[in-house]
Design a protein around this ligand. Structure first.
Ligand code: MG
Length: 333
């Protein structure tokens, strides 16, 4: 048990609300008061705890909060607690000594417990502050990601593939992905799919092609953590094709979209693409290990990379390392 665990667990045993508040502070969560008693008490420690006041009558705000956050409620009706529990993953503390259904609130405490927790909060948090940002209460460490373009890297690039029968895995893909798994990489496919925005096919057609690829991989024991498509096309007639332009490579949106959910450390991650723009997205996004999958047009791609105005900021070479099979990424690791 490390020092952080020890201090938080001890605090929790003394006073659960103190332990929970320390967790919220260490996690960078938010504290919400919905009543006068919590608001008055929370105001006692303005230098350490910022809290928000919300109207318990206006329920639309519930979903703004996540499991990192803490909401204090006071003597609320079962209906209110039910709505709250259905709408948010936030932790809920009921300030009351009346019994309540354990499926509706996480903690119950009295005014004196909250007062005592707040009095002890500052000195305890001072001892923990230096570890802030380094600890994760879900017990996981950060993961490495292998980010892959789809067409021309995983499957044959036939241009706007819309028939599942046209999905053919490239040579060496399965072995490369298995190697990546062995080395603990999470696997992500980030694929520009402007064919959706252009109206060449719709989401459900795209999804059939995607499922076919995932099935071919699964048949050989490879499972992808997440596939993210970018349907954007400038001038699209469809709303889904126009909004979220940042997903489209060379913008890094697709890469960033998995970081929080999968706890990805981009500085330890790898991108493989067959176009310079795949690797520009990676470089902008914070990935520094990039490989160009060799194709007939690789020379052109190398040229685009070399002349990319932002290249001096990437810390990468003027020439992208090229691979002919996915496994080469891992060399003799
Ligand atoms: Mg490609």
């Amino acid at each position: 048990m490390n020092a952080v665990d020890q201090l938080i667990v001890e605090s929790f045993k003394k006073n659960p609300i103190l332990g929970v508040l320390l967790g919220v502070l260490m996690d960078g969560g938010r504290v919400v008061s919905t009543g006068p008693v919590a608001s008055e008490l929370l105001s006692l420690v303005p230098d350490i705890l910022f809290f928000e006041q919300r109207d318990p009558g206006a329920i639309s705000w519930f979903e703004d909060f996540s499991v990192k956050d803490l909401i204090f409620v006071e003597n609320q009706s079962v209906d209110f607690l039910w709505q709250l529990a259905r709408s948010t993953g936030a932790q809920v503390v009921l300030l009351s000594n009346a019994p309540s259904d354990e499926s509706l609130v996480d903690y119950r405490c009295e005014e004196k417990d909250l007062r005592s927790a707040l009095l002890n909060l500052k000195p305890t948090f001072e001892r923990l502050k230096e570890f802030k940002g380094q600890i994760h209460f879900d017990g996981s460490r950060l993961n490495k990601g292998l980010f892959l373009d789809r067409d021309g890297v995983l499957i044959e690039d036939l241009g706007y593939v819309k028939d599942p029968q046209d999905v053919h895995l490239l040579k060496g893909v399965v072995a490369g992905l298995k190697k990546a798994r062995e080395l603990d990489y999470r696997l992500f496919v980030v694929t520009n799919q402007s064919g959706i925005g252009r109206g060449f096919f719709n989401f459900s057609t795209y999804e059939k092609v995607n499922q076919r690829m995932l099935q071919l991989l699964a048949d050989q024991g490879v499972f992808i953590d997440k596939v993210v498509p970018a349907p954007y096309f400038e001038g699209s007639q469809y709303a889904s094709g126009l909004v979220r332009k940042s997903l489209r490579k060379p913008r890094p949106g697709m890469i960033h979209s998995v970081v929080a959910d999968f706890r990805i450390d981009l500085s330890q991650s790898i991108m493989v693409g067959d176009k310079a723009r795949d690797l520009m997205a990676a470089a902008v996004g914070g990935i520094s290990k990039c490989y160009l999958y060799k194709t007939k047009t690789s020379d052109e791609e190398q040229k685009s990379w070399r002349y990319w105005p932002l290249i001096s900021r990437t810390g990468m070479d003027l020439a992208l390392p090229e691979i002919r099979q996915l496994e080469e990424v891992f060399g003799d690791q």
